[in-house]
Design a protein around this ligand. Sequence first.
Ligand code: 4AD
Ligand code: MG
Length: 430
Amino acid sequence: MVDITELTQKVGEEVELSGWAFNVRSSGSIFFLQLRDGTGRVQIVFSKSEVDAPTWDVLQALTMEASITVVGVVKAEPRAPSGIELTGISCVLIAAVVGEFPISKKEHGVDFLMDHRHLWLRSSRQEAIMRVRSEIEFAMREFLYERGFVTADSPIFTPNACEGTSDLFEVKYFDEIAYLSQSGQLYQEATSSALKRTYCFGPTFRSEKSKTRRHLTEFWMLEAEASFMDQEQNMQLQEDLTVYVVRRVLERRADDLKTLERDVAPLQKTVEGGFPRIRYTDAIAALQKLGSDIKDGDDLGADDETVLTKQYDRPIFITHYPVGVKAFYMKPDPADARFALNADMLAPEGYGEVIGGSQRIDDLALLEARIKEHGLPAAAFEWYLDLRRYGSVPHSGFGIGLERSVAWICGLEHIREAIPFARTLNRLNP
Ligand code: 4AD
Ligand code: MG
């Protein structure tokens, strides 16, 4: 058996393919079968006069998504999207379809499609998104590997909050309450003190009550942390990672981007690097000029991010947020302690925040004070404070959302298509 993607190397040869019929059309003594095998799609043309009777019977009874094994001869066909077509020799049924495949060519509503997500994933568009997602994940890992980062996965069951207490999922953990991880960062601060540079990449949980195009309750986040890295170096690392990942997708997933009808011009701009860095205060002034009613001191909302990113042709960093709107662990700027040494990286075309990162507080007394101010349970943070007691060093890190990255790079309207099985405020099935 060969993959459909291998066929361009096999012109003139007889091959066997297994997969699913995604379209069938009969015109008298000619039968057109469109086969998908998960790697690609190809048309196979059978003529009644050249196949045996059992094959012709199987073909006549085929319906959408029946599974089959086909033998045919590969030939170049300039009019086919892949440049390849097969002349069919035989077709054997693996399993017929029971009833009718629920997803047809007609328009379905989003709720219907999400209810049938387990089947919707077979469409060429969803297939393309999943391949891009896989490429992004792999490229992220490869980039960090090349930069000397060690994978050190953070736990999912956690005893306390990292990013704030409002959106934690509680689970029973024997006789205690545990929370599903909303960020692996605090643990990365420990592992990076052991291994210099580490990252985790795993599921992250936030009981976001917001119904937006950008929020999932379960999403994947890569969180990198490095000892002796300051915030400037941290932003450069994020920019380099972004350029690496986008370039990789442009190089290796061009066909999928085409399937998605993604305009690649903005992605090509991103690959040039040179992401603008804009201070929060200047961003607020710019937004007010553009007609936003945002006030100095407010966090940026999704709409503000959209308006702002539309002014630029590549990702931007918004730096130096007021310490009050961000997490307890961010280091204040020594030049002006009202602002944090942090940045959010916002993707262009209105996609908004994809990365959040900062330099961390390395001073024990200040960190103790912040934990108190934020009303966090001191005892649960003792181990975290140990990292400042025993050889504290300047260090920084960031978290990049996988689905936000996929949504942006694929040009998706909604984040729900960026993960195989989305979990949102209203969806836990299938
Ligand atoms: O900005 P966030 O909350 O940062 C952190 O969690 C830090 N501890 C990261 C770090 O410094 N190690 O989240 C980081 C990223 C966001 O920029 C976004 O891409 C993604 O995680 N994200 C979400 N993606 C989908 N659905 C949600 N509900 C998300 N919340 C955050
Ligand atoms: Mg954030």
